[in-house]
Design a protein around this ligand. Structure first.
Ligand code: SF4
Length: 698
């Protein structure tokens, strides 16, 4: 935002929250910042959701962290100077590393961090700390979709086409996605299509659907197999496409041949006739899309479930065809860029692999280190949290842009692991529930106070701009990483603090990789170019135009063909039984975002969604002696959350729903468990076996 005398200073930027990354214009000074949607950005087209409209409140939260905090001998967090706090952190890190080895120090990042921060964090972990122990909260969000689509297409980009391509669709199948609450402006692109919504709940999205399929939680894999079965038996398979562009159809058919509609109905509870209607709608459409969300992905079989929906899309000939396709609706603000930049346990920037010698050599050269010094892959997010403070596990953890006390599964256990650490350092701009446990809290800048880039769910790289300067006493994450790296003996020049410099370095690190950013620059973005990766550096001076649509000619496997997956249904890790007779499932509501660290500080959003609720069918409430408004305990073998009963007919009588945004005894994650998808290491957030009882009665 460049100031002009006589005119109010305005900054064009993007919303701090979800992966839709609606474009906004900020105006006004600190304490009085106003937001409006920018009219010309094609994704939100002048729309914002309630969270976006109220985002300026986050810049003015009353409990903003303005000074580092250090836990004293009395156990209380007390204000400290930056030098004192940073010296303390660096000293303890050095000491723990010397005593227990480099992997005794771990880093936990976030899918809301800018590309520059995610990149710097991965480099900091592997170069300045020399640890393999880094992962991030995106593991809880995008990992199943990434595993399945990488296997199928050779490359994972949430939407391999622009959001606006959805505008002309005839039919869109949404599996476990509820954009009417999670990203409402997306609905503008779904208006003309017949929606087929797969969701155990009759969500606000399902209300708008031409057809709502409501499978029992954890059975959407069987449902997808049944849809593929019907695509075959109804003669809807695009044989020419399957022959020309794919491999593995026969093996995929072998498993789904046994999923005839009546069997699927028995397992999922979805009427066979509805399955037929769904597949006829999809198969008969001229332009159709299959999209998945967390509902299909957050399972111990999440990657197989996504793979089964990809199989369906491939059989119908949708992916890699203009005007049709398969995609996943990534959740977090930088859910896409965050997974490419090297904060994931197994990855280097640009989707390069820590296990690949050529990838290691490329990135090591950019970082100016010996590739043999780069650590190998580390633990996944939940496994990392589970190992904290235990035998052979990390003794120190540094958390950036995440609040695992609320957002991680099996929250009581994770909280205990965090308490068992020798050193917990949290960088945040508000005193989150995780910061409350820290030994050192570092106050950092937030979205509208610093420059950077994010990559939205459609793979488009966007500029986030500073409208305000950070409050006095606050530093940026890049400044924090720089200061710590220098204290850990690194050359000052190796960890730049200017976002543009970090971006230019990540362009080099990603050059030639699958997620190639080398042709993208701040200058091109600031000139208004719409750049989607891959965007390699062009030799002709004009620059590569970027790649809005992937796979039109070929998929990213060496033979150019997409792969059908051979997957079969299996039960969830823990199905309801006599003691825990109901399905407990978790998710989001319109007025809150993720762990709520930001949105629970916005008055309008608190008013709209103040506390944990447990949504249940009136029959279920009657069965368990509960009434609307009463406080219930929702308990599983892992623990129990307290929540106010809200009666609704939008949930199945065998299921209760609890949003996960709330802290303390209301944490939905108190009852979620530690089952992980074997491929993606995604926890099973969407299915727990629970019982509901009046609070205090057990
Ligand atoms: Fe922000 Fe997402 Fe809402 Fe758009 S849909 S205003 S990006 S939270």
């Amino acid at each position: 935002g460049e100031g002009r005398p006589g005119r109010q200073r305005e900054s064009t930027t993007h919303c701090p929250y979800c992966a839709l990354q609606c474009s906004t214009v900020l105006s006004g000074e600190r304490g009085g910042v106003a937001v409006r949607p920018s009219a010309d950005f094609p994704v939100n087209r002048g729309g914002l959701c309630q969270k976006g409209w109220t985002a300026p409140s986050v810049l003015a939260v009353p409990d903003r962290l303005l000074t580092p905090l250090v836990r004293g001998a009395d156990g209380v967090l007390a204000p400290a100077g930056w030098d004192e706090a940073l010296d303390l952190v660096a000293g303890r890190l050095r000491e723990l590393r010397a005593r227990h080895g480099a992997d005794a120090v771990a880093v936990f990042g976030g899918g809301g961090l800018t590309n520059e921060k995610a990149y710097a964090l991965g480099k900091f972990a592997r170069v300045a700390l020399g640890t393999s122990q880094i992962d991030y909260n995106g593991r809880f969000c995008m990992s199943s979709a990434a595993a399945a689509t990488t296997a199928a297409f050779g490359l994972d980009r949430g939407l391999p086409f622009p959001v606006t391509d959805l505008d002309g669709a005839d039919v869109i199948l949404l599996a476990g996605a509820n954009p009417a609450e999670t990203m409402p402006p997306l609905l503008r692109h779904l208006e003309d299509a017949d929606l087929v919504v797969v969701d155990p709940r009759r969500t606000r999205t399902a209300e708008r659907a031409a057809l709502h399929l409501s499978p029992a939680p954890g059975t959407d894999l069987a449902l997808a197999l049944g849809l593929l079965h019907l695509a075959v038996t109804e003669g809807l398979v695009d044989k020419e496409y399957v022959d020309a562009r794919t491999t593995g159809f026969d093996a995929a058919w072998e498993t789904c041949a046994a999923w005839w509609p009546e069997r699927v109905e028995e397992v999922t509870g979805v009427p066979a006739d509805d399955l037929r209607t769904a597949v006829r709608l999809l198969g008969g459409a001229r332009r159709a899309y299959v999209l998945t969300g967390r509902g299909a992905e957050q399972h111990s079989k999440g990657s197989d479930t996504v793979a089964a929906f990809v199989n369906l899309a491939l059989a119908l000939g949708l992916p890699g065809r203009e005007g049709s396709g398969f995609g996943t609706l990534t959740g977090q603000g930088n859910g896409q860029g965050g997974r490419e930049m090297g904060q994931k346990a197994d990855q280097l920037p640009g989707y390069r692999s820590l296990a690949d010698p050529a990838d290691r050599a490329h990135v090591a050269a950019v970082w100016g280190v010996d590739p043999r010094e780069l650590p190998g892959p580390g633990r996944s997010a939940y496994e990392l949290l589970d190992a904290l403070g235990g035998d052979g596990g990390p003794r120190a953890l540094m958390v950036f842009g995440s609040n695992p006390v609320v957002s991680a599964p099996r929250a009581a256990h994770v909280t205990e692991r965090l308490k068992a650490l020798d050193l917990l350092v949290v960088a945040d701009f508000v005193p989150s529930e995780t910061a409350a446990l820290a030994d050192v809290v570092l106050p950092v800048a937030q979205w509208a106070e610093e420059e950077g880039t994010l990559t939205s769910l459609e793979g488009r790289v966007l500029r986030r701009r500073a409208h305000l300067t950070p409050p006095p006493g606050v530093r940026t994450d890049l400044e924090v990483l720089h200061a710590l790296a220098v204290r850990l003996g690194q050359d000052a020049g190796r960890f730049p603090v200017r976002p543009r410099e970090v971006f230019d370095e990540l362009r080099r690190a990603s050059a030639g990789a699958r997620a190639d950013y080398s042709g993208i620059s701040y200058a091109r973005l600031d000139a208004g170019e719409a750049l989607y990766w891959p965007c390699p550096a062009g030799g002709d001076g004009a620059g590569h135009p970027g790649t809005p649509r992937l796979f039109l000619d070929r998929f990213a496997h060496p033979d150019g063909r997409a792969r059908f997956a051979s997957v079969d249904h299996r039960p969830s890790a823990r199905e309801p039984d006599g003691t825990f007779p109901l399905y407990g499932t978790t998710g989001r509501v319109l007025a809150q975002y993720q762990s709520g660290a930001q949105t629970r500080r916005v008055p309008e959003l608190v008013e709209a969604a103040p506390e944990t609720v447990v949504e249940m069918h009136p029959d279920t409430a009657r069965r368990f002696g509960l009434a609307d408004g009463q406080t219930a305990e929702v308990g599983s073998v892992h623990g129990a959350a307290l929540a106010r009963v809200r009666l609704t007919r939008t949930v199945r009588p065998d299921t209760v729903f609890v949003p996960f945004h709330f802290p303390g005894a209301g944490r939905a994650n108190l009852f979620t468990g530690d089952a992980l998808d074997p491929r993606s290491r995604m926890p099973e957030f969407k299915v727990s076996a629970v019982r509901v009882t009046p609070a205090g009665e057990r």
